[in-house]
Design a protein around this ligand. Sequence first.
Ligand SMILES: Cc1ncc(COP(=O)(O)O)c(C=O)c1O
Length: 342
Amino acid sequence: MNPSKTAELATPALLIDIDALEKNLSTMSTRHPDSKLRPHTKAHKCTEIARLQLSHSHTNFTCATPREIIGMAAAGVGSDFLLANEVLDAERLSALAKVSENVRVTIAVDSIETIKAAVRAGLRDVVIDVNVGLPRCGVAPELAGQLADTARKAGMTVRGVMGYEGHLMMVNGDEKRKKRVDESMTLLGRAAQDVGGEIVSAGGTGTWDMHDDTCINELQAGSYALMDTQYAELKIPFVQACFVLGTVISRSQDWLVIDVGLKSLTTDHGNPSVDGYDVLFCADEHTALVTKKDSAVALANIGEKLLVRPSHIDPTMSMHSAAWAMRADEILECWQIDLRGW
Ligand SMILES: Cc1ncc(COP(=O)(O)O)c(C=O)c1O
């Protein structure tokens, strides 16, 4: 079946509002044109969306998995890829080394082990991943220079540093967030001086407008393209462009149930949202909804379709094999979420 209207879709179905997506891409690329933005592909895992980011002047991409880089290179989208993640798997690193014969592949390292694994696989380019406060990957800032020396001695080209301030994305209040970002970026700036190289990479959607005067020369934002309800709380100028379409499959007098649940979106950032409704709870295949207090909206009928706004875009995208690009109720194209997997 080739559906032409969203009402014809089997649900749950992932929908992408193409005008909202375009608006987000152009807002971001106006502020961070060309190589000032290294869009993070992990937020959508879709080469069609990456192709649109390319058309907005971005040729350099951030990736979280070897699979993302390999898929992007095979699709001919982008020419310079940063794997902003630590990888030890020899087979995947060798596959990346093969890809690096045709496009530039730079991998983040934060230990002697990750350097050795990259060298063994035949990769040449690294950035030193610096911990700027998020308790995740990254070497302590004061050890970054030493690790860079180790990488150079092992024959690698050290292109610079990255330091993702993920712990600050949702800090409440612009001023507070900015102050904390400055503190984190001071750490990254010092590490960058010790390390050398041309790349100083950090940032995300929540700090997209807080780096004009920091040390970084590229922003790694990804969620801005499709957005989610958690980021919407920040009142940043990006709009919801991705929805999960559900069908009302059951209703009582007081609540209704749609066929969108934990198998088609995640709730790690809170429950999803549906206009006019409050979420009672999400289960594997179901979400139960009640109308908002004082809402004029009547409970939808069995068979009606409702748009659900995910609270966390990245893992939601990777639960679907395809997305329907649409305008109003018109389906324009079907896009494969082709960069899933590791
Ligand atoms: C290394 C890295 N850089 C950048 C980002 C930015 O992503 P977002 O646009 O979702 O804030 C992330 C998200 O988790 C990340 O892990």
